[in-house]
Design a protein. Structure first.
Lengths: 313, 318
């Protein structure tokens, strides 16, 4: 009840403030030529938006211009090499596929499970559920490199002691994107109207059966969007892998569970890009093109999916 | 079925049914517990992060006095100089200039999208910004190192700052980081502005306010806490960005806010040092965790501020 009053008073305050400033604007002393000021303001914000889009477009254009010469099948079939004419991304692409594959296996059930618990079971009055919620919000903004430190101290060494293996990288990436998956899945589950649950429960169906047969299928597009965005974030993430042994200049295919060395696409791009020879930078730009093409397609699909199913209810 | 000896009159013909489930439903309870465990994993992760950082950081402070770490101005761990300030100042150099770039650009874009754009334009531009937000930072770093900084070097406009810049430059990294966080700021601020009730706008228009006035004096203040939250989130992302600062800002610690200089950010130090071969348990190894703990603490403060502002915003409108 009291929160209702606060909400109303908040709105009233803002409305009054807005009305006052508008009244002053209309009836108070008019500064100079208002039309001109309005035009300048409009011009400025259009310029701002153009700079944002242009800057991001330049990133793509620059990669296309620098990488188009190296764009050939060799780029994805050649192994790692310090010499530009033999350098490619086969080993790194395999590494990324393994990393992401294992990560999906871990992050999807755990992330969706946590989201189901928080939306369908958790009693928001309990302090531990509120703690979990606050915690997830915080984890979502912890820098990626901190997850690298976590992986180094707890998974590669320390309690789990897996060594510098690919699977340790997978676990770390799974922890990194877990909050993203949980937050997106929760929103998707929350968007399923309660009437669907109530209808199902009224027929004598148990809570879990309701969730499994009604809520989750209805929330699937939203959950899928979250998962795709999380996967694309993990695919482009290099920072935590720097700490987990992915920088070794390996020339053979990765073994997920032995410490024969592995690398990932963004890490190898970084490695090629920071070598002194200019011609290997073209290979790096080619790698960026391959990575951007995959990621932008995935993101576009995810956002299309979200907008397509957004207002179904 | 044996008829009961004594039947209460009101129960005749009305079989009392129990409302509880006919079985204890252990499966349901097990599932709930399992899902609860999934959610609890997040708390475990945070605990693990704190433990992972604190353990070695405590070891570090046993060998290096915390006064040296926080107050001295020379960072050269291999030579025994452990003043972290140059790394912190280097990080803030990048964050500061990144925000100088990203706040006006991001907010300008948000105001255009929320207040001015025709809905058809907005339906194209907003998803476009969101897709572009997914560009990996290694790609932006490459752009910075081999396009932006060379471009700035060849056509150097800021000779009053010194320079022209060399191969590495804090300001170049700042522009790239700014580019990375513009979609975050514009997208979240746009959400905040478009959830301001239309009645406020209409009331102002009815009083004869111009469009610019409505945008800057009515919508902007009404969405203020949401906008602040988006900016704070942007700062927190800029603080933790690694690949861009590693590739563009350089790796030489320096106490300067001048964007032309080479600096080393905290994240870049962690990235560079961890990839080299350093033995576990040495002071140098422990510096990673001390710097990491400081970075974690800084971003945590930012996140808490951002969450606080988002809550305030939600209380008003949702």
């Amino acid at each position: 009840m009291s929160s209702d009053i606060e909400r109303t008073s908040g709105r009233a305050r803002l409305a009054a403030g807005g009305a006052r400033s508008a009244t002053l604007g209309a009836l108070g002393r008019q500064p100079g030529s208002q039309v001109l000021r309005n035009r300048i303001f409009f011009g400025l914000i259009v310029v701002a938006l153009s700079i944002a889009l242009l800057g991001l477009a330049l990133v793509l254009i620059d990669a296309i211009l620098k990488g188009r010469n190296s764009l050939s099948l060799d780029l994805v079939t050649n192994r790692t090499s310090p010499r530009a004419e033999r350098a490619g991304f086969k080993v790194a692409i395999l590494g990324t596929l393994y990393l992401i594959g294992f990560m999906i296996l871990m992050v999807v059930p755990i992330g969706v499970g946590a989201a189901v618990y928080l939306e369908e079971y958790a009693n928001k009055q309990r302090w531990w559920n509120r703690l979990i919620e606050l915690n997830i919000q915080n984890l979502a903004a912890v820098p990626a490199i901190i997850y690298g430190i976590l992986g180094l101290a707890f998974i590669v060494r320390g309690p789990l002691d897996l060594g510098f293996i690919l699977f340790a990288g997978s676990i770390t990436l799974a922890l990194l994107v877990l909050p993203v998956v949980i937050i997106a899945s929760r929103e998707a589950i929350r968007a399923v109207p309660p009437s669907i649950r109530e209808g199902s429960l009224a027929l004598g169906v148990t809570q879990w059966q309701t969730i499994w047969r009604q809520v989750l299928p209805a929330a699937t597009p939203g959950i899928l969007t979250g998962i795709i965005l999380a996967v694309s974030r993990a695919m482009g993430e290099a920072a935590p892998l720097l700490l987990l042994g992915a920088t070794t200049f390996v020339t053979f295919n990765p073994q997920p569970f032995s410490d024969t060395g592995y690398t990932a696409l963004p890490v190898l791009i970084y490695n090629y890009a920071t070598r002194p020879q200019a011609d290997i930078r073209e290979v790096a730009a080619g790698g960026i093109l391959v990575m951007l093409a995959v990621l932008l397609l995935m993101n576009s699909f995810a956002i299309w999916l979200r907008n397509r199913y957004e207002q179904r209810w | 079925m044996a008829a009961p000896e004594v039947v209460a009159p009101e129960a005749v013909g009305v079989r009392t049914r129990r409302l509880e489930a006919s079985s204890p439903r252990y499966g349901e309870k097990a599932i709930k517990a399992l899902l609860g465990l999934c959610a609890a994993l997040s708390v475990l992760t945070t605990t693990a992060i704190v433990l992972a950082l604190l353990g070695p950081a405590v070891d570090f402070f046993r060998e290096v006095p915390s006064g040296d770490f926080f107050l001295k101005t020379e960072w050269f761990p291999t030579q025994g100089f452990f003043g972290v300030l140059p790394l912190v100042v280097g990080t803030f150099n990048v964050v500061l200039w990144a925000m100088v770039f990203a706040i006006p650009i991001g907010l300008g874009s948000a105001i255009y999208l929320s207040e001015y754009a025709p809905s058809r334009v907005r339906k194209v531009l907003k998803p476009m910004l969101e897709v572009l937000a997914g560009i990996p930072t290694v790609a932006i770093g490459f752009f910075g190192a081999y396009f932006l900084v060379p471009l700035l070097r060849d056509h150097w406009p800021g000779s009053f700052l010194g320079g022209p810049p060399g191969f590495f430059m804090a300001g170049g990294a700042a522009l790239c980081v700014g580019l990375m966080i513009v979609p975050i700021i514009s997208s979240l601020s746009e959400d905040a502005m478009s959830s301001v009730p239309g009645g406020l706008r209409e009331g102002a228009y009815a009083l004869g306010a111009s469009k610019m006035r409505v945008a800057t004096r009515v919508v902007f203040p009404a969405a203020f806490s949401g906008i602040v939250a988006s900016i704070v989130l942007g700062v927190s992302r800029a603080l933790g960005e690694t690949m861009i600062v590693l590739m563009v800002a350089g790796n030489r610690p320096a106490m300067t806010l001048n964007p032309v200089e080479v600096i080393q950010a905290m994240t870049a130090y962690i990235g560079v040092t961890a990839t080299g071969d350093i033995a576990t348990g040495t002071v140098e190894y422990n510096t990673l965790f001390a710097v990491g703990a400081l970075l974690f603490a800084l971003t945590l403060v930012m996140n808490m501020i951002s969450i606080r502002f988002v809550r305030k915003f939600r209380e008003v409108y949702e």
